[in-house]
Ligand binder design. Structure first.
Ligand code: BMP
Length: 224
């Protein structure tokens, strides 16, 4: 891994999702720390093909299934298990479900299969400031209680990243990771989230839709 970047594989409409994703992974190969798929890919391609895509990612890549789970525990487990069985290593869930009958069951399942939970501490769209941002401290404390591997915090609002980092210090898992979307297409500059304390920046369109994705990765992240 050369860059602290997780590439969001959101295939544009009109592209074959499999060919498009495999081409990007081939072009970037071991550069990014990981890759993230979400519903735009899963719904169009299905879990079998999502598995084929995971299998061309480098073995040590972080393979995130961005399912943004928000359901009762057993249903989140059912949904997550599809992605885990397809080869993904990390699953993103909403924190609002709480632990009892919700995230507790999901985190128990993920632990039992050696996979990791990423909780949304907040989101990168401006509207999240009104709701999500009010509960950051509680969400991070909750994540620590259930052993979350990490948190999504918005690159678009670096003070939220700093806040997550602060709260983490008071938990039993201060080294939990922070992953931050919002770079490029959503307006933030590369490295801004890392400088605020994030471990990885999630980047989609600024790299995947460039004429030359490998050159774009190098241009954005070649030097801090
Ligand atoms: P892009 O760099 O093209 O804006 O893509 C960002 C990616 O991160 C998308 O896959 C989106 O679903 C995801 N994301 C986000 O943009 N903001 C969040 O708060 C959480 C996300 O998962």
């Amino acid at each position: 891994m050369r860059y602290p970047v997780i590439i969001a594989l959101d295939p544009p409409r009109g592209e074959d999702p499999v060919r498009w994703s495999i081409r990007i992974i081939d072009l970037l190969h071991g550069g990014p720390a990981g890759y993230k798929i979400g519903l735009p890919l899963l719904i169009r391609a299905g879990p079998k093909v999502a598995g084929d895509i995971a299998s061309v990612m480098p073995a040590d890549a972080i393979k995130v299934a961005d399912l943004k789970l928000a359901d009762i525990g057993p249903i989140m487990v059912l949904t997550a298990s599809t992605a885990i069985e397809a080869g993904y290593t990390h699953v993103i869930a909403h924190p609002f479900m709480g632990v009892e009958g919700g995230l507790g069951e999901l985190s128990d399942y993920l632990r039992s299969v050696g996979a990791e939970l990423i909780l949304l501490a907040s989101m990168s769209n401006p509207g999240a400031a009104r709701y999500f941002d009010q509960f950051i401290d509680e969400f991070v404390m909750m994540g620590a209680r259930i052993g979350a591997w990490g948190y999504v915090a918005p690159a678009t609002r670096p003070h939220i990243i700093r806040r997550v980092k602060e709260v983490l210090k008071k938990t039993p898992k201060p080294a939990a990771k922070i992953v931050s979307p919002g770079i490029g297409a959503q307006g933030q500059r590369p490295w801004a989230a890392i400088k605020a304390g994030a471990d990885y920046e999630i980047v989609g369109r600024a790299i995947t839709r460039a004429d030359n994705p490998a050159e774009a990765l190098e241009r954005l992240y070649g030097r801090p």
